[in-house]
Design a protein around this ligand. Structure first.
Ligand SMILES: CC(C)(COP(=O)(O)OP(=O)(O)OC[C@H]1O[C@@H](n2cnc3c(N)ncnc32)[C@H](O)[C@@H]1OP(=O)(O)O)[C@@H](O)C(=O)NCCC(=O)NCCS
Length: 200
């Protein structure tokens, strides 16, 4: 079987809509985070139930990278047989949150409590399409959103032992801020942040 990789014009980023399937979105998270599971890292997104995905996306703005079902099928992705050729197949996601810390005052990373720091999480790209720029497209999108809202910083929490991923963020202007134990993972998380002040 010959697969055709999608080109830039196939992929666009939009808000998750109420008609998108949270079950499918959760499946995408599981497939993407399996990479970390293979490293022995148990990220919440690697095994969370759809209800947990639903609860997490209710706390902010969830964006998805989508491509037409026909192009997704040509790229070797699973697409339901009855999907219309131009219907959207979700191939990536990122969850953007404004700085409205909803947890207990002493919980969570201190950096996330700041009123000028937005953050993102549940960042994932369909494994077959990784390394082709879809992740950076999503990252650019939330950075633009944070700038629109006048945020001074865009932050994230990542598994510190995943050194290649940490480097991926460093290459894109994120610096180390603090370490945090979320209590639901088996590793220490590194909180990284990018200044949005100055360069536009
Ligand atoms: C992290 C992730 C979302 C990035 O998406 P992606 O579509 O693969 O990223 P891109 O193709 O836009 O990445 C651009 C570059 O980073 C590199 N890169 C991507 N993921 C990388 C990783 N995990 N480690 C090191 N480098 C990586 C790509 O090779 C590419 O290199 P280039 O700029 O030299 O061409 C994706 O790899 C993923 O789903 N990973 C598993 C889930 C995960 O770890 N999420 C983040 C939790 S904090």
């Amino acid at each position: 079987m010959i697969f055709t990789m999608p080109t830039d014009e196939h992929i666009r980023v939009r808000r998750l809509s109420p008609t998108d399937s949270v079950v499918e979105l959760t499946g995408l998270l599981h497939r993407a985070y399996a990479k970390q599971t293979a490293m022995g890292l148990h990220a919440l997104a690697s095994h969370q139930a759809p209800e947990v995905t639903r609860k997490r996306i209710s706390k902010g703005e969830c964006f998805v990278a989508v491509m037409p079902a026909e192009a997704a099928r040509a790229a070797g992705l699973d697409v339901p047989a009855d999907a219309a050729p131009d219907s959207d197949r979700i191939v990536g996601t990122i969850m953007f949150q404004e700085p409205s810390w909803g947890g207990a005052p002493e919980s969570g990373p201190r950096w996330f409590h700041r009123p000028d720091v937005a953050n993102f999480s549940m960042f994932a790209v369909e494994p077959r399409l990784q390394g082709r720029g879809v992740g950076v497209l999503l990252l650019d999108h939330v950075e633009k959103r944070a700038r629109e809202l006048g945020m001074r910083e865009l932050a994230l929490s990542t598994a510190e032992p995943d050194t290649k991923l940490v480097q991926f963020y460093r290459n894109r202007g994120f610096r180390d801020v603090e370490r945090h134990d979320w209590g639901v993972t088996n590793y220490l998380s590194l909180i990284m942040s990018k200044s949005l002040v100055g360069d536009a």
